[in-house]
Design a protein around this ligand. Sequence first.
Ligand code: IPE
Ligand code: IPE
Ligand code: MG
Length: 252
Amino acid sequence: MLENPVLDPKRIPRHVAIIMDGNGRWAKQRNLPRIMGHKAGTESVKDIVRTARELNLEVLTLYAFSTENWKRPSMEVQGIMALLKTYLKSELQSMLQNDISLRCIGETDKLPADIQKILNEVIQKTALKTGDKPSLVLNLALSYGSRAEIVRAASIMAEKCVSGQFDPEDFSEQLFASHLYTVGLPDPDLLIRSGGEARLSNFLLWQLSYAELYITETMWPDFKGDNLIEAIRNYQDRERRFGQTSEQLQAE
Ligand code: IPE
Ligand code: IPE
Ligand code: MG
């Protein structure tokens, strides 16, 4: 555990999700090509993963590539895929050393074959034996879109009804959530978005229902461990009421 007087170790969020935005603008401000912003962004990813582990988060979900991002110029898409490949290759050792378990959410079958291969390899190698708890689950959202995820879950559930595995009356929030990519993960407690935009951009619409939102003007390549600590400090100042009143919570 990081010695950190500003944070209450008993109220560390279990799951932090991040919309890593602002790479392009960061590059533009420096008269660099957009891809250099993405490259600098991977350094922030490394720093944030290290800090998340030191802070004892259970899950860190990073929005790395959305279903909508496929519409970007193909040069940029190819550049991002190349950076992803380099990242996965170079970080495998450190993930193994630090008990970090990689997971992935999204339509990964749409990713280039070489990325799928290395992704599966890293996921398999960093998967812990049943019963063992990883020090951190690093969950990458790749070719991820929340509406597509919800439609997919609905379709799987409909098929299960047709085949008699369960009936429409059995539907519950819990059953539905177990058909999402995030099955088994707690919902995010805190959503961070860098780059200053106040929108969700099709990210975890179901799972973020009660997350605390933290938007910072800092562009992703400038977002480092101290910024994560500041976001969590801000989170710890809030009262999560889940529909109840402040007085009710204090009485509990
Ligand atoms: C986020 O940065 C990274 C990806 C979407 C892959 P952007 O590339 O969206 O950066 P801005 O928003 O244009 O600055
Ligand atoms: C969201 O950022 C997706 C990722 C960070 C991967 P975008 O830059 O794609 O979002 P919009 O287009 O501004 O909503
Ligand atoms: Mg953007």
